[in-house]
Structure formats: C-alpha cells, structure tokens
Design a protein around this ligand. Sequence first.
Ligand SMILES: NC(=O)C1=CN([C@@H]2O[C@H](COP(=O)(O)OP(=O)(O)OC[C@H]3O[C@@H](n4cnc5c(N)ncnc54)[C@H](O)[C@@H]3O)[C@@H](O)[C@H]2O)[C@@H](O)CC1
Ligand SMILES: [K+]
Length: 213
Amino acid sequence: MTNSISVADARRGDSHTIQEIGIPSLVLMERAALGAANRLLTGDYDLTNVLVFAGTGNNGGDGIAIARLLHVRGAKVTVMLTGDRAKASTETTQQLKIIDYYKIPVIPADINLGDYTTIVDAIFGIGLDRPVEGKFATWINAINGSTAKVFSVDVPSGLNADTGEPQGATVKADATSSFAYSKKGFDTAVGKQYTGTLFVEDIGVYLHDKYEG
Ligand SMILES: NC(=O)C1=CN([C@@H]2O[C@H](COP(=O)(O)OP(=O)(O)OC[C@H]3O[C@@H](n4cnc5c(N)ncnc54)[C@H](O)[C@@H]3O)[C@@H](O)[C@H]2O)[C@@H](O)CC1
Ligand SMILES: [K+]
C-alpha cells in the first residue's frame, strides 16, 4: 500500500486543517519541526556545528523551528537565510523572532559551508513552482558539494514532489522528513535518489478524515 499524495492534496490537507478544523498553522509547524528534530537527535548525525539553510517561505519556518529545538538540546546551530527577513511569511517571521530570543545566529546565505557537520535543507518544500536557477542553484550546489550530512525538510529543495524529477539544481539528501504523508514523487527511482532515507512525520493533518464534509 502506498500512502503518497500529490502536492495539491498536501496543500488541501494543510489548509483544511488550519481553516476548517481550526488547528493553527504554527501548531502544525511545531509538530513538523519536532518530528524532524527528533530524527536528527536520535539518528547518526554529528550535531557539533549544524547549519539550517532556510528559505523565507514556510519550509524555511520549519527549518528555523528545528534550529531552535536543536539549540535547546545543546547543539551549536547557525541559520543561513536565503532572502530578506522583511519578506518572510507570517509563520517564518514568528520563528525568526523566537530564535532571536535564543540568540541563534542568522546570517545571509553563502556558499562557504566548510565547517558545518550537518546541514538542514529548508529552502523549498511543496511551494516550489519553478526551476531552481541563479543564486539558489549556487547555494544548492554548495550544499551538495559539502562533506556534511544533509537532512531535507519535507522535500529535498528543487525536487518536484509530484513527478520526482529535479527542477534545476536539487538537494541530494541523506535523509528527508516529509510531513503528514509521503509525496508521489518520492516513489520514483529518481525521486528516491534525492530523498535518501525517507521518514514521514505525523503533524496532525489527515486527508479523507471521516468528519470531512
Ligand atoms: N501551515 C502550513 O501550511 C504548513 C506548512 N508546512 C511547510 O511549509 C512548506 C510550504 O510552504 P510554502 O507554501 O510557504 O512554500 P515553500 O516554503 O516551499 O516555498 C516558498 C517560496 O519559494 C518561492 N519559490 C518557489 N520556487 C522557487 C524557485 N525555483 N526559485 C526561487 N524561489 C522559488 C515561492 O515563490 C515562495 O515564495 C511545506 O513544504 C512544509 O515544509 C509545514 O510547516 C506544515 C504546515
Ligand atoms: K526542503
């Protein structure tokens, strides 16, 4: 049995849970981050110098929440942000405000990744809507070229989660924590090369629940 869903269904599940059921978006994000952070804390990762490479959408927000959860467990964590913090999504803005309290460093995205032992890829998730080019491609190529282990949040950044095909530069992860359900693109032979070991985290989003109208 496969439980993989399309990107459209993933979006439908999230918005139904937030808008119809009433579970706040930040609650889902916290559950997503807890699931992923626990994989990192219990898996074979060197957390002495962790980098969270975060976009300004909600995938980045998940990553920034993971940065906080690892920090409070004693890991050294730095966040690299791919864009202007003033343009971040509502949830990501809140996650940035929270990590300011913990004095977790937030620095601009860079290709110099030499000292990091683990990289958390939180650049793009299911919001990817065009091929990855330009500076984003440069950053993703640097992540793929680093000696650090790479852990992707929800979707390896650049992978089309419906087709399993790379859309321009795409992160090749050692492992991926996908939220609520696996995605259809992860079932293909090519898709599997990008996700690495796949985990699915229960974040409280269930499609086809018996209460759905
Ligand atoms: N509340 C929610 O809706 C939840 C969302 N979650 C996370 O949120 C993600 C989806 O968040 P978003 O919808 O904000 O989307 P993403 O964070 O995946 O991407 C958002 C941004 O990337 C830009 N973008 C897309 N393709 C690009 C490209 N090739 N080059 C440059 N920029 C590009 C888009 O314009 C958009 O601004 C999920 O994958 C998951 O990680 C989870 O936290 C669970 C709950
Ligand atoms: K990602």
